[in-house]
Design a protein around this ligand. Structure first.
Ligand SMILES: Cc1ncc(COP(=O)(O)O)c(C=O)c1O
Length: 386
């Protein structure tokens, strides 16, 4: 069908950057802007590209096309980590290295869902999963949930959203943006629900290493769940290597084989140089994880106690999910615009779910303690003027 000059319907449906509107207001601020909107870290990674011993790599490994599934030594190390840390037994055929967890999720959605299918998103949800679904013609179906719900309440909310078109259920635990972590009974209930309805589970566990008040459990470690679950992880989140863009997925061999074809047809292979630095982190990053967790926990509590606006203390991840509804009802954009004009950026809640416009996400790991204090003080000052 000819459509020039239009682009594809699915491509057009993918949302643009959530920060565009705030940037205009930022332009009026003359000083040091505090970027609390982006999910990043100010910590240096445990393994850096400039420390990699390149001579350890055969020239062919570095300069030739690589294996579609991932660089062998990294894949082997991931298999060992999946077993010791996640209690998930996989071999190389159940592992796919990707360009960050974003690429893993994109390939997983494409592998598991056809255009016209529905993908249930436990909400609030990571914004890009919605755009990923839309880009493949898949309909995202948001199910608002809260961390206080029992397993039965969770199921009672999700089950009515399942239709004959539902292909999969997506959730993140620990969650971005509210830091909630699903308990073993909640995970087991989701696994049973998926089994009852023949659904895939898409488990986003990129914050697996950052649980503060609870221990992370991989849903694929629960009885019967691994057969229907694709789980994604990220070196960006675990090891402060966001710029290297390395992530990976674990799943049943058949799904991973399909994802491998999709990786091969999208990026061919993940750059081996980047996988080398990721392997360095996996090998030597244990002490970093301990230090980062301690540092993020201090930052979480510091931001929580300093901020005047309400936010539940998140059990994990890197964010406060700030509730501005008492000031501006269901649309806090006016507050976020004032914050931008005052030199502090927050991520608008509307990007995390249709019902989330009264909230904003504050990342407490992206800047040092003094800049975090300054950013929070600027937010408090804006609220003080309302
Ligand atoms: C919940 C969640 N999933 C996936 C990703 C993507 O991770 P990556 O940077 O490895 O692509 C992010 C990044 O912020 C995230 O917060």
């Amino acid at each position: 069908m000819s459509r020039f000059p239009d682009v594809s319907t699915a491509g057009a449906a993918v949302p643009a950057s959530i920060f565009a509107r705030l940037r205009e207001h930022l332009a009026t601020f003359p000083g040091d802007v505090i970027p609390l909107q982006i999910g990043d870290t100010h910590l240096a990674p445990p393994a850096r590209l400039d420390e990699v011993v390149w001579a350890e790599l055969a020239a062919g490994d570095l300069y030739a096309y690589g294996a579609a599934g991932g660089w062998g030594p990294l894949v082997d190390a991931i298999a060992a980590k999946a077993w010791t840390q996640n209690k998930v037994g996989v071999t190389a055929s159940g592992i796919q290295v990707t360009v960050g967890a974003t690429h893993a999720l994109s390939c997983a959605v494409q592998a598991l869902c056809d255009p016209g299918d529905e993908l249930v998103l436990l909400t609030p949800h990571w914004p890009l999963i919605r755009g990923i679904a839309l880009g493949f013609g898949v309909t995202p179906v948001e199910v608002p949930v809260s961390m206080q719900m029992s397993a039965a309440e969770l199921v009672a909310l999700i089950e009515p959203a399942i239709t004959s078109k539902t292909a999969a259920i997506y959730f993140a635990s620990p969650n971005n943006p509210d830091g909630s972590m699903l308990s073993v009974p909640q995970l087991a209930a989701i696994a049973q629900l998926a089994a009852r309805h023949n659904l895939w589970i898409l488990a986003d566990e990129v914050y697996e290493d950052y649980g503060y008040d609870a221990t992370h459990t991989s849903i694929a470690s629960l009885p019967g769940a691994a057969e229907c679950t694709v789980t994604v992880f990220s070196f960006a989140k675990s090891y402060a290597q966001a710029g290297l863009r390395v992530g990976y997925a674990l799943g049943p061999d058949g799904v991973i084989a399909t994802m491998r074809k999709l990786v091969n047809h999208s990026v061919y292979n993940v750059p081996v140089a980047m996988q080398r630095a990721a392997l360095g982190a996996l090998r030597s990053g244990g002490p970093f994880l301990v230090r980062a967790r301690e540092s993020y926990l201090v930052a979480r509590d510091r931001a929580r106690s300093r901020l005047v606006a309400p936010a539940e203390t998140p059990a994990g991840a890197a964010y406060l999910w700030v509730d501005f509804r008492r000031w501006t009802g269901d649309d806090c954009m006016p507050i976020l615009e004032k914050c931008a004009a005052a030199g502090v950026l927050l991520a608008p809640g509307s990007a995390f779910g249709a019902m989330c416009g009264g909230f904003a996400r504050l990342c407490f790991t992206g800047v040092t303690a003094d800049r975090l204090d300054l950013g929070v003080d600027r937010i408090n000052a804006v609220l003080g003027m309302l």
